[in-house]
Design a protein. Structure first.
Length: 379
């Protein structure tokens, strides 16, 4: 397999370290009165061989780097383009950030400025404002929770569980909610739970046009964030410390409603909600469960197969394969919060030799009121 520029860089580091160590060994041996002159000559021969190999690698590195830079210049639009298209400038800046990160180079100041970088010190690798905003706030169609849940990006977020109170009223209509607030308090405090998304980037993609590179990285990062959100929200066995994020948690669980059929369980779960939550309720369930249910309800008729899920179940339906038991409720009380500080870095996949563009983010999912939800189960 032909060596890439990254391989040559790594070889230079390895040979350079070995050469430096060998030179130190020569000095150490030479300072020992009883050291064999043959040993010293052997080390000198080794040093000469390493130096020759290092020089060859250095020349190859310089040539490959020059060729790659020339290729990139042909394929990408400069940041100072006269096109006047802000989207094109941002795409070019994103591509420059990804390329510089994967090569271990410093990200240019004009690239940071184009992306709205707020970290003028240049110390931490903080993802610039434009990229962070798009990643955390743009809806991701692959995550159905994004259609109904609340999503924010606020540091140390703390919010009330109830959206409003009446100044002449000191009671809450739903008894379950009143008990829950009495037991757990009337505010929700969000934590910071770290996770990483790794995007493999090959030499071919890295040398591609800005548009292709940015689309590849953005799509992968968005998919990674969406997958993490779904995973924590529907985890049957959550990680230690993340139990509170799951609708299926066993500690302080969400109320379950069981019936002889899944259809009856869902209808009963909707009815069991307090009217404040019922009027805004949605249903999150697996598509396979819905089709099985329709097959039973249709009983040979094609009418139900053409009906929208909302018409069949009486409430909007979102499909998610991780929702092994349907979750029914007002999903505005399902709240994802990201810490605005999102870091980026690189890492080499030693198995494939491909570099990873690494995003580190901090997420928390809070079910602000578990009384706003029910889990439907077939008994």
């Amino acid at each position: 397999m032909a060596k890439t520029l990254f391989d040559v860089k790594n070889d230079l580091v390895t040979i350079g370290a070995s050469l430096a160590a060998t030179k130190q060994d020569i000095l150490a041996k030479a300072s020992q009165p009883d050291a064999s002159i043959d040993d010293i000559k052997a080390l000198e021969t080794k040093s000469a061989n390493l130096q020759a190999r290092y020089d060859i690698l250095q020349r190859e590195h310089d040539q490959m780097e020059a060729d790659q830079k020339a290729s990139l210049e042909r394929n990408r639009s400069p940041l100072d383009t006269n096109s006047g298209d802000p989207k094109a400038k941002i795409a070019s800046a994103k591509a420059s950030l990804v390329r510089a990160t994967l090569r271990g180079e410093r990200v240019a100041d004009d690239v940071k400025a184009a992306l709205g970088d707020n970290n003028s010190t240049g110390g931490e690798k903080i993802l610039p404002k434009t990229m962070t905003t798009e990643l955390l706030h743009e809806p991701f169609v692959k995550n159905p929770l994004r259609e109904v849940s609340t999503v924010t990006s606020v540091t140390n977020l703390e919010i009330p569980k109830i959206n409003f109170k009446l100044d002449d009223d000191d009671f809450i209509g739903d008894g379950e909610t009143a008990k829950e607030i009495e037991a757990t308090g009337d505010t929700v405090t969000f934590g910071r739970y770290k996770f990483k998304v790794l995007v493999p980037v090959s030499e071919t993609i890295l040398a591609a046009t800005d548009t292709n590179l940015v689309q590849t990285v953005d799509r992968a990062l968005e998919s990674g964030l969406a997958a993490k959100e779904k995973k924590v929200a529907f985890a049957l066995t959550p990680k230690a410390g993340e139990e509170h994020m799951s609708f299926y948690r066993t500690v302080d669980p969400v109320k379950e409603v069981a019936a002889a059929s899944l259809y009856k369980a869902i209808k009963d779960a909707v009815a069991d909600l307090h009217e404040d939550y019922r009027q805004n309720a949605s249903i999150m369930m697996r598509y396979v469960d819905y089709t099985d249910m329709i097959e039973i309800l249709a009983n040979g008729s094609a009418t139900l197969y053409n009906a929208p899920p909302e018409q069949v179940l009486g409430k909007p339906v979102e499909f998610c394969d991780l929702a092994v038991n349907p979750v029914v409720g007002d999903f505005s009380y399902s709240h994802f919060n990201y810490d605005p500080t999102v870091l980026y870095d690189r890492d080499k996949n030693v198995k494939t030799g491909i570099w990873d563009f690494v995003l580190t983010a901090w997420l928390d999912h809070q079910i602000k009121l578990k009384s706003a939800f029910r889990i439907a189960k077939k008994s």
